[in-house]
Design a protein around this ligand. Structure first.
Ligand SMILES: CC(C)(COP(=O)([O-])OP(=O)([O-])OC[C@H]1O[C@@H](n2cnc3c(N)ncnc32)[C@H](O)[C@@H]1OP(=O)([O-])[O-])[C@@H](O)C(=O)NCCC(=O)NCCSC(=O)C[C@@](C)(O)CC(=O)[O-]
Ligand SMILES: NC(=O)C1=CN([C@@H]2O[C@H](COP(=O)(O)OP(=O)(O)OC[C@H]3O[C@@H](n4cnc5c(N)ncnc54)[C@H](OP(=O)(O)O)[C@@H]3O)[C@@H](O)[C@H]2O)C=CC1
Length: 557
């Protein structure tokens, strides 16, 4: 089967020849194609041909030569003229006509009398001709209250405010006011100023109305791999930073922790469908052929300076084929990057397997933001194991418990209890607490906390029961130091505190790897402290002290 497919492959050179009818946009559209140059060539062709023909017809009129007697040059000029005319109409004309038709049909510009509540500016609505005036300079020069009313009425699309006003802060302020007008609820308390919303636009959030404040605490120093880190944690769970801080102290006083990075590769798994399972299997064997894989890797790697395809694991589900791509992604967490590469490969494969239907670029074998066994077993992002030997005296002095109590609790709670609960990767006490606090502080995608928090905590007594050997095994830590929320000022400051801000200057990927090690090291600290509090029966007492609402809400109401 692999051979048949490989033969097919020879019909199509590395570069794709053309698009199939009604195909989706190509990933390679993202690459700088010479559309501008083509336009210029057709413009020049059109005007040169027109000029030449006019001159020739002028000469013929003077010499009384019949106009329909054409020489080769004139025939070529007419062909060039028609071709360039068709091209230019196709490129510019159709869009123009469509826009015109769309605007004149229903849509956000249609005025209706349903929203009479915003009576303040009804008179203004009558004065201006809305279709012509609700954009551009007129809109910019209107008062914020007037614009908010139009947004509230649906006459100005809320999501167009940034581009219409050319000012992200003003757009957020107007939108916020519009939300207040339509909902009748105040947004007081949600900060507006203090953030540069231009850094959010096109990268982090849409329909912005402000930002949420989350306190950031620091735990540390975390002594990890011979370096000291002060770890920023954004949380509203009182006691969490105190606990992690205590764990860091125990690790420090015991000589530090060591981390081992065993794997680094982000995954994305599209799903494609054929009319038969046999055809789907043919593609599986094609992809698994080493020579074909090399070709696919070249096509994939073209889409980024940092993404390098490592493997494609194929799983058949009837006539559907799920292909799990794995790739390095430099210092980026890499989901956008790998998705772009995958799409390019799918487009290439579609030209070989004409009967292949791309069901979705993500078919959940990836698996992104869902608890799954595949991430737990195969890993996703960075796979890290972190270990430390905690001295018995530190356990009693700092953690207020004993080696034997910790070992026993770990077996009963983190291993047996989790097994009984049917956990997938949940063999730990609270890895998710530390992972999400660091994720929020450093601008990671918080939803990836789901798989990044998969963790196996092991505790064993060593040195004849005097000391504790503790490890956390975390196969799917998905972090980046570039892209997503990492470039926002406060998140970048937290990355800077850890010395991993942005792209690593010499070895791209090293910053993100260090961040994943820090996450694992801090989880180790958190596990040590919470497990100790539970073993010592301290948990409730400590949360009453640090994590209890002290406002008498009933009295206020
Ligand atoms: C609260 C502690 C740390 C007190 O612990 P302690 O031993 O009574 O505190 P201590 O006053 O003796 O201080 C010891 C060290 O702890 C740190 N420490 C102590 N206090 C602070 C503070 N205010 N701010 C910063 N650091 C603090 C600090 O390092 C200090 O050393 P020092 O600096 O004094 O030389 C302890 O009782 C503890 O760790 N409790 C556990 C709390 C915890 O881990 N909560 C996590 C959330 S629980 C949850 O969400 C998950 C759960 C429970 O449902 C999961 C499950 O099912 O298991
Ligand atoms: N698309 C999806 O399916 C999903 C997207 N996301 C979101 O994706 C975003 C993150 O995507 P991600 O791909 O990580 O980031 P970006 O989309 O921001 O891509 C990273 C960019 O940084 C460039 N770059 C410069 N220096 C480096 C370096 N040292 N290492 C790596 N890249 C570098 C890359 O260059 P180059 O162009 O050469 O690659 C690329 O353009 C987050 O906002 C996340 O929430 C989350 C889950 C799913």
């Amino acid at each position: 089967m692999g051979i048949a497919s490989a033969t097919n492959a020879k019909h199509v050179p590395g570069k794709l020849r053309g698009r199939q009818a009604n195909s989706k946009p190509l990933a390679s559209d993202a690459l700088p194609l010479p559309v501008g140059l083509t336009n210029k060539i057709f413009f020049v062709l059109f005007f040169t041909a027109s000029y030449y023909l006019l001159r020739r017809w002028g000469e013929k009129a003077r010499n009384s030569t019949p106009l329909h007697m054409l020489n080769l040059g004139e025939m070529l000029a007419i062909v060039a003229e028609i071709a360039s005319f068709i091209y230019l109409i196709g490129f510019f004309g159709i869009d123009y006509v469509q826009n015109f038709i769309n605007k004149s049909s229903d849509g956000p510009w249609e005025l209706d009398d349903e929203h009479e509540d915003f009576g303040v500016i009804h008179s203004q609505k009558d004065i201006v001709s809305p279709r012509a005036q609700l954009t551009g300079t007129w809109l910019k020069e209107s008062s914020d209250e007037t614009i908010a009313t139009y947004v509230g009425n649906g006459e100005v699309p809320s999501h167009s405010l940034e581009s219409e006003l050319g000012d992200c802060m003003r757009a957020a302020s107007v939108r916020r006011r519009a939300v207040e007008l339509t909902t009748g609820r105040s947004m007081e308390g949600l900060p507006l100023s203090g953030m540069d919303y231009s850094t959010v636009r096109g990268q982090c959030c849409e329909m912005v109305v402000g930002h949420v404040q989350i306190p950031v605490g620091v735990a540390g120093p975390l002594l990890l791999d011979g370096s000291e880190y002060t770890v920023p944690m954004a949380t509203t769970e009182g006691c969490l930073v105190a606990s992690t801080n205590r764990g860091c102290k125990a690790i420090y006083q015991s000589g530090g922790a060591i981390s081992i990075l065993t794997k680094d590769g982000m995954t994305r798994a599209p799903v494609v469908r054929f009319s038969t399972a046999k055809r789907a299997a043919e593609l599986k064997f094609h992809v698994e052929d080493a020579e074909n894989f090399e070709t696919l890797a070249v096509i994939f790697n073209r889409t980024s300076r940092f993404a390098r395809l490592q493997s494609i694991d194929c799983v058949l589900g009837g006539r559907n084929l799920h292909m799990r791509f794995r790739s390095t992604t430099g210092d980026a967490m890499g989901m956008n990057m790998i998705s772009k590469g995958v799409q390019n490969v799918l487009e290439y494969l579609q030209h070989i397997y004409l009967d292949m239907e791309v069901v979705s670029v993500s078919g959940n074998l990836c698996a992104d933001k869902k608890p799954t066994a595949i991430n737990w077993i195969e890993g996703r992002g960075k796979s890290v194991v972190c270990e430390a030997v905690i001295k018995g005296e530190v356990i009693s002095k700092v953690l207020k418990t004993s080696v034997s109590a910790l070992v026993e609790l770990n077996t009963v709670k983190n291993l047996t209890g989790s097994a009984l609960s049917g956990a997938i990767g949940g063999f730990n006490a609270h890895a998710a607490n530390i992972v999400s606090a660091i994720f929020i502080a450093t601008g990671q995608d918080p939803a990836q906390n789901v798989e990044s928090s998969q963790c196996l905590t092991l505790m064993e007594a060593i040195n004849d029961g005097a000391d504790l050997h503790v490890t956390v095994t975390m196969p799917s830590i998905e972090v980046g130091t570039i892209g997503g929320g990492t470039q926002l000022a406060s998140q970048a400051a937290c990355l800077n505190l850890l010395g991993v801000k942005g792209s690593h200057p010499r070895s791209p990927g090293a910053n993100a790897q260090t961040l994943s090690r820090i996450v694992a090291g801090t989880v180790l600290a958190g596990e040590l402290s919470l497990m100790s509090a539970l073993a010592a029966g301290q948990l409730v007492k400590s949360h009453m002290k640090y994590n209890r609402s002290c406002k008498d809400i009933c009295a206020k109401n």
